[in-house]
Design a protein around this ligand. Structure first.
Ligand code: CA
Ligand code: CA
Ligand code: CA
Ligand code: ZN
Length: 420
């Protein structure tokens, strides 16, 4: 099993090296801007979304390519272009009927990959748009910091999660609302009824029962997009915290590691900006795994942990029909195993792109929980559950999958919460 793992890593390095050597003269398509007309739409009005597409490469595009527009992951238009010379740019419009609140636009150039380019990683552009009946005043909310009161609370304690919100615009914000999230899950939205003048800051807080271990805490100003702002993309702030008690010596430490190339595939699958992938989607995978392993002494880390740990590596490979792979370590004798989830095997399944990101996170978590199960000594269970040999890839069916009681019993025995 170890040998197989090493071969996989070797292959990855090789294929990216080949891709590098190939390209010397080529086009490079990118989106330089996305603007709206009118810039501050009211709900229900008709809006032009105008993307500027440029070729900053050294060759003219030699084939037809597409520009795809998505609004909150739903395709709202595709336009086809051809013959864009180096240094040339073009405006591409689509019409959209404004829906109330926040909409995340993703514009992608050459999503079907007909053009071989100098840089394939700069082909999408995000724009967050609000549609509201409030007037635009020049407000711009940002979350400056996120802190806890008391500063270092223990897991299980009642604490306050405090966001410091500032208006860095040049006009007042009619009201301030802030969404709070723990590992991607919305805890609460808190709204202050008073307006916040330009240049001032305010604290917004919610009570929170502190969770154990590493957590990604996040606050986002105006999460529902009810306030027009100069910049709608600077509203979120996320931080890693770790809450005591720290793992004891009988705990298994597990690192969830994502190749940067896997993040690119996840971005294509979910149409989420990479910042949301890192601060919402990936933490939600961890949250689901924690639920799967409830009562088992496992601690999950998204940042690299110290000491001895096992790793679930989210690789960009497509190894269909294999979704994941891990050595079976009966009795968990090795505490530094390495298992894989093949993100590429999910990415090829275009139907998955229609599933909500929350369900996709659960689907990835179930495969990761399965592979970790092997690394802790579980074999496939003919009775099903998470250790079912045949992975269920329908995210709607997989969401309630659990370890079978006999599997969970084994895990609790091998990794008891307290050391005696
Ligand atoms: Ca490009
Ligand atoms: Ca803002
Ligand atoms: Ca806003
Ligand atoms: Zn398996």
């Amino acid at each position: 099993m170890k040998t197989i793992s090493k071969a996989i890593i070797g292959l990855l390095v090789l294929s990216s090296a080949v891709a590098w050597a190939q390209q010397l003269e080529a086009p490079d398509l990118l989106i330089t801007s996305v603007r709206l007309d009118p810039a501050f739409p009211t709900p229900g009005s008709s809006v032009q979304i105008i993307a500027t597409i440029a070729n900053q490469g050294t060759r003219t595009t030699n084939d037809v390519f597409a520009v795809e527009f998505k609004a909150n992951r739903v395709q709202i238009g595709v336009r086809f272009l051809a013959d864009l010379a180096p240094g040339q740019s073009l405006e591409v419009p689509v019409t959209w009927e404004a829906t109330p609140g926040e909409t995340v636009f993703r514009v992608s150039v050459d999503p079907f990959k007909t053009i071989s380019e100098l840089d394939e990683s700069n082909n999408s552009f995000y724009k967050i748009v609000n549609a509201t009946t409030h007037a635009f005043t020049g407000a711009d909310l940002v979350v400056r910091r996120l802190q806890l009161e008391p500063e270092q609370p223990l897991a299980g304690e009642q604490a306050r999660l405090v966001a410091i919100v500032a208006n860095i615009g040049h006009g007042p914000a009619a009201f301030v609302s802030v969404g709070f999230y723990a590992d991607g899950e919305l805890l609460a939205i808190e709204t202050l009824p008073e307006s916040l003048p330009a240049g001032q800051e305010v604290t917004v807080a919610i009570p929170w029962t502190v969770e154990v271990g590493e957590k990604v805490l996040r606050a986002k100003a105006d999460p529902n997009g009810e306030l027009f702002e100069l910049d709608e993309a600077n509203n979120a702030w996320a931080e890693y915290f770790e809450f005591a008690p720290m793992p004891n010596r009988c705990a298994q430490i597990v690192s969830l590691e994502f190749a940067s190339t896997s993040i690119v595939l996840l971005e294509e699958m979910t149409a989420l900006p990479s910042s949301d992938l890192v601060t919402v989607f990936i933490p939600a995978i961890r949250r689901q795994m924690e639920r799967d392993y409830e009562g088992v002494n496992v601690r999950f880390y998204l940042r690299q942990p110290t000491g001895i740990f096992s790793t679930v590596f989210f690789s960009p490979e497509n190894r269909i029909p294999i979704l994941g792979l891990a050595p079976v370590d009966y009795g968990n004798l090795r505490k530094d195993d390495r298992g894989f989830v093949f993100v590429g095997s999910f990415h090829v399944n275009r139907g998955l792109r229609l599933a909500p990101p929350e369900l996709l996170a659960i689907l990835f978590a179930k495969v990761a929980s399965h592979e970790l199960g092997h690394m802790l000594g579980l074999n496939h269970n003919p009775n099903g559950g998470i250790m079912n040999a045949q992975a269920e890839i329908n995210p709607y069916l997989v969401q309630n999958e659990k370890f079978r009681p006999e599997d969970l019993e084994y895990l609790k025995r091998i990794l008891p919460m307290d050391c005696r």
